[in-house]
Design a binder for this molecule. Structure first.
Ligand SMILES: Cc1cc2nc3c(=O)[nH]c(=O)nc-3n(C[C@H](O)[C@H](O)[C@H](O)COP(=O)(O)OP(=O)(O)OC[C@H]3O[C@@H](n4cnc5c(N)ncnc54)[C@H](O)[C@@H]3O)c2cc1C
Length: 418
């Protein structure tokens, strides 16, 4: 007979989002369970041994493990029940509650929970997802895997590598591998501008004389058992390789930093509607999805560039999940045009008592002297000027909106103009 346990709030994933969510839920007095599949808490922060975390929240430059520790150390003083080495393999919905199947070291367990928080993080795009051709040889790995080998296992995965994609993890690994004695031949980016934060381009590449080659991509991997070289080519404005520009670069590893995708298999399995722009759940300002009692936060909701905002989104979800309401939300859609990549939340509760709502957005392209306009039909509700906007840099913006301004069925529309 499989044991069934009840919790008011269950959080899946103990990265910074899940840790903050569980502590916030406990703080509100809810009986809270935190489930993590790995042996240690902290999520991806465990392997991020460089500093730069926590500047917004703590005004300090912490390493990933130090940042995670600020939350982990609060757990013994809380009532949060923590299960590590426990994997949520299935979720079912029953009468507005969620039923979880959890594989633990003691065997399979069933959890019935009133509120469920999905804090499952994100995963990296692989070579197959970006159409890199060639043999399945050893030596093609994601930047996160290279980070895990180097920082957790203490094993250097390459002596001479090419990094494809200029996402933040790739930039950080270019520096890390260089410090460990590997040769990073260059970072190659198909777009005309880098995908990562400018502070990382400066601190991780320029400070170490690592070349950044934009408008170039890897067209082929070469090698039998192990990678021996990659073929690089320039690309045109449509990112198609230009014939005749190919060059072969000898190396023993191709490290990919080509994007992160929110981890949402569990959410999709219970029918949580997903935003095709963020690849995360559609949520209201309390981070509740369109399925009542199911919340999402952190990188499972949308890929964040600052961990401080990840923790904030966990806290919002944890607080809301601990005090659920059956009252109709009166949801108002929030939309953006092509000048933005996305905006979160994608819905607002018309019936909420809170007037200040926090939005996160990214511009669709680099912009100088841009004005953000938030309008409802013809009525402009909010404007703000930005000196610079870049897609890799997510913007956080609180906007005060009255109940009257949210009346009616028209969506709120976000627009940017240079
Ligand atoms: C490889 C990698 C490296 C990164 N490096 C940096 C960096 O250097 N600097 C930076 O600012 N940001 C970095 N990021 C971004 C980073 O993900 C966020 O800053 C932050 O850690 C996200 O927090 P999270 O809690 O949403 O997700 P995570 O930290 O990814 O935590 C999610 C947790 O959920 C658990 N989980 C998932 N599914 C299940 C399940 N079914 N059952 C039980 N547990 C489950 C996972 O094991 C994990 O512990 C990196 C991301 C990745 C993927």
């Amino acid at each position: 007979m499989i044991q069934e346990l009840y919790f008011d709030v269950t959080v899946i994933g103990a990265g910074p989002a899940g840790l903050a969510a569980a502590l916030a839920s406990d703080h509100e007095g809810a009986k809270t369970l935190l489930i993590e599949r790995e042996a240690r808490l902290g999520g991806i922060l465990k392997q991020c041994i460089h500093d730069g975390f926590g500047l917004v929240r703590f005004g300090e430059k912490l390493s990933g493990p130090e940042y995670a520790e600020r939350f982990i150390e609060q757990l013994p003083d809380s009532h949060v029940e923590v299960w590590t080495l426990s994997f949520v393999s299935e979720i079912k919905r029953e009468k507005n509650e969620s039923l979880l199947t959890v594989i633990t070291r003691e065997g399979m367990k069933r959890i019935r929970t009133r509120s469920l928080i999905l804090a499952t993080g994100c995963r990296e795009r692989t070579s197959r997802q970006i159409g890199v051709h060639g043999r399945h040889c050893a030596g093609v790995l994601t930047a996160g895997t290279a980070q895990y080998y180097t920082n957790i296992l203490g094993k250097l995965p390459t002596k001479r590598c090419v990094i494809l994609g200029s996402g933040d993890i790739g930039l950080i690994m270019a520096r890390r591998l260089t410090l460990e004695g590997a040769k990073v031949v260059g970072v190659y980016e198909a777009k005309p501008t880098p995908s990562g934060l400018m502070r990382n381009v400066s601190q991780c590449l320029w400070d170490f004389d690592i070349p950044l080659q934009v408008s170039k991509t890897v067209t082929r991997v070469i090698g039998d058992a192990r990678l021996t070289a990659v073929e690089i080519a320039s690309v045109d404005a449509c990112m198609c390789p230009i014939k005749g520009t190919e060059e072969i670069i000898p190396c023993d590893a191709l490290i990919l930093s080509v994007g992160l995708i929110p981890e949402n298999e569990l959410a999709e399995s219970i029918g949580v509607p997903i935003d095709f722009k963020t690849k995360g759940a559609v949520v209201d300002e309390r981070n509740e999805t369109l399925l009542r009692g199911v919340f999402a936060c952190g990188n499972a909701l949308h890929v964040n560039d600052l961990v401080d905002y990840v923790s904030e989104s966990g806290e919002v979800a944890g607080k809301a999940a601990a005090s659920p309401t059956n009252r109709s939300r009166g949801l108002v859609p929030v939309e953006c045009d092509q000048s933005l990549l996305y905006v979160v939340p994608q819905r607002l509760c018309r019936n909420s008592e809170e007037m200040e709502r926090v939005f996160f957005f990214r511009s669709a392209r680099d912009m100088d002297n841009a004005t953000l306009t938030v309008a409802k039909g013809e009525q402009v509700l909010f404007t703000k000027k930005f000196a610079h906007l870049r897609p890799p840099e997510m913007e956080r913006i609180p906007i005060t909106l009255s109940k009257k301004e949210l009346d009616g069925n028209l969506p709120l529309r976000f627009h940017l103009e240079e």
